[in-house]
Design a protein around this ligand. Structure first.
Ligand SMILES: [Zn+2]
Ligand SMILES: [Zn+2]
Length: 217
């Protein structure tokens, strides 16, 4: 907004730009670059930083201004397995306003799996254009960041303690898992809250209750 004000001061004459359909279209298309988490902000504007993160090559870095995510989950879906080259994905959810990329959208690549497109459109997978580290899934309302990129400090034990802030509250799409995770954390067959709760071995918990009731009768 400050930028727009400055532009008006420099150019007191009515701007013909908005009469040009193509220009207007471009502005609308690029508007995402000027909102969180891509708008470039000074450290003063963003406020005190709680966590710092960067990709493997270091060209992409971002900061967070919240101690903890809104939530954190392990996702075992096939899409996450393939994209991450890992047995499951670890995602920490933050409001977009609490995430700030040091160089805005510069150096980032996008992939929309629903559209199979590299054009920016939400939801999108965001990665470093240079080293291809996956950085986050940007949803329509929130960012799902991958906490492996966060730089925890001190001894390995101290780092583990800091990482606790990002401890997952549940597993999702556990039905598609590559391995059992006996971590005493709730496990959903699909999306959390709208699928079946499973035990560590993937057996539906409500089914177990039915079986137990059967045994007792
Ligand atoms: Zn990189
Ligand atoms: Zn997934």
């Amino acid at each position: 907004m400050a930028e727009m004000g400055a532009l008006k001061m420099d150019n007191p004459l009515p701007s013909p730009a908005f009469t040009n359909n193509h220009h207007e279209h471009t502005l609308k298309e690029e508007s995402w670059k000027h909102r969180a988490p891509y708008q470039i902000q000074s450290p003063q504007e963003f406020g005190p930083v709680k966590w710092r993160a960067k990709c493997k090559c270091g060209k992409i870095s971002y900061t967070l201004r919240q101690d903890k995510p809104l939530n954190a989950k392990f996702c075992h879906c096939r899409g996450c397995q393939v994209m991450h080259g890992a047995p499951f994905q670890w995602a920490a959810i933050f409001h977009k306003e609490d995430v700030n990329f040091a160089k805005g959208c510069s150096g980032l690549s996008f992939y929309s799996s629903s559209q199979n497109s590299q054009k920016y459109q939400m939801p999108t997978k965001v990665s470093c254009s240079y080293c291809h580290t996956l950085i986050m899934d940007e949803g329509r309302n929130v960012c799902l960041l991958f906490p492996q990129l966060i730089e925890f400090e001190g001894s390995l034990d101290e780092q583990r303690k800091q990482r606790d802030a990002f401890r997952p509250t549940c597993h999702i799409f556990y039905e598609q898992r590559m391995m059992d995770i006996p971590d005493r954390t709730p496990k959903w067959s699909g999306m959390d809250g709208t699928s079946h709760l499973l035990d560590d071995e993937g057996i539906p918990i409500d089914q177990q209750c039915d079986e137990m009731r059967g045994d007792n009768m």
